[in-house]
Design a protein around this ligand. Structure first.
Ligand SMILES: NC(=O)C1=CN([C@@H]2O[C@H](COP(=O)(O)OP(=O)(O)OC[C@H]3O[C@@H](n4cnc5c(N)ncnc54)[C@H](O)[C@@H]3O)[C@@H](O)[C@H]2O)C=CC1
Ligand SMILES: O=C(O)C1=NCCCC1
Length: 304
């Protein structure tokens, strides 16, 4: 995804800085930022969901909505699991100013938000990054994390060994393919879970004390990636408390307490407990798409 036109316009450092600002603003719950919890329309017949993600950022006058269809697919299916379109509006007239493909925006902004969580919560001398899953999010997390940080070792596990090997071949640097989740995560400082699993696949007993987990999948109230032990023993951070209470099976079903939002840590109103084992439960937010789409649009316009 690094080579697509939208990726070329979405500089990682700039994106991280814009996302930090907007996540901090969100956690102040001021009137200048309007973002309802995502509306989700189940497509029961097809094993999927359509998520509607509007947001208005008054200070920068950004009006945006993303529409994202996501599915649980049978292994081996050739159909995509996530399809997204982002609309930017002129807030004065309501006229649509841009329609953008949302694939790269979704992949890159999610990885950039995870990188913000890692910057604040991973052990100080983190050496080992572990990616669980080998799909779009795993690729974007690899790209963003290896740009933002330096790791001595990067590991990948995927339920399909061939896919994991493909991932390692396509990566821009050395990646170790691991035969099991346990072997992949043992000793890792940072673990990214980016799968379509609906049952726990990462167990607390395998996770090194003090590690940071950025959990990106399991975005339905009855889907899990992490087990109860990990959720209850770790300090749990989320992107949005309301979003997590509505959509995160890992939070809801484990009964774990949410310690803080990422934005509260950015604002300094809640501490970053870097010395503890931490989980950042990401669900994705419309404000993240809005600032990303605006960056792409402004950069594209400046080149016309
Ligand atoms: N937090 C956020 O902001 C966002 C979260 N997501 C979620 O992230 C997850 C990954 O998305 P993509 O990489 O785009 O999907 P993808 O379809 O490209 O990759 C999914 C990966 O999960 C693996 N997988 C599927 N079922 C599995 C199972 N039962 N157990 C273990 N591995 C399994 C696949 O083999 C593949 O490696 C999805 O759950 C998606 O809904 C997607 C976009 C944004
Ligand atoms: O924020 C997003 O975009 C998504 N979140 C969870 C499911 C797929 C898309």
């Amino acid at each position: 995804s690094d080579r697509t036109p939208i990726a070329q316009l979405l500089d990682v450092a700039e994106l991280i800085s814009r996302l930090e600002a907007v996540m901090g603003e969100f956690s102040q719950r001021g009137a200048g930022l309007v973002q309802p919890v995502r509306s989700v329309v189940p497509l029961q017949k097809h094993g999927g969901f359509l998520g509607l993600m509007p947001a208005y950022l008054a200070h920068e006058d950004i009006l945006c909505t993303k529409m994202v269809a996501f599915y649980q697919r049978e292994q081996g299916s050739s159909l995509p699991t996530t399809q997204a379109t982002v609309l930017l509006f002129d807030p004065v007239s309501g006229v649509v100013s841009a329609v953008m493909d949302g694939e790269v925006i979704t992949a890159r902004r999610t990885a950039a938000v995870s990188a913000i969580s890692a910057k604040l919560l991973m052990p100080r001398h983190a050496e080992i990054l572990c990616l669980l899953g080998s799909g779009h999010q795993a690729v974007s997390h690899y790209e963003v994390f290896t740009q933002a940080f330096t790791f001595k070792e990067v590991r990948v596990w995927s339920r399909s060994k061939e896919r994991a090997e493909e991932f390692a071949r396509a990566a821009g640097g050395p990646v170790t393919v691991c035969p099991s989740v346990k072997e992949a995560v043992e000793g890792a400082d940072v673990i990214v879970t980016a799968t379509n699993a609906s049952e726990p696949l990462l167990f607390g007993k395998w996770v090194k004390s003090g590690a940071h987990v950025a959990a990106v999948g399991a975005c339905r109230p009855d889907w899990r990636e992490l087990d109860d032990d990990l959720m209850r023993d770790a300090v749990v951070y989320v992107d949005s408390r309301e979003g997590a209470a509505a959509e995160s099976g890992d939070v809801i079903l484990s009964g774990a307490e949410v310690f803080a939002e990422l934005g509260e840590m950015i604002n300094g109103s809640m501490p970053a407990q870097r010395d503890k084992t931490t989980v950042f439960k990401s669900l994705g937010m419309g404000i993240q798409d809005a600032v990303s789409a605006k960056l792409v649009y402004d950069k594209w316009k400046s080149q016309q």
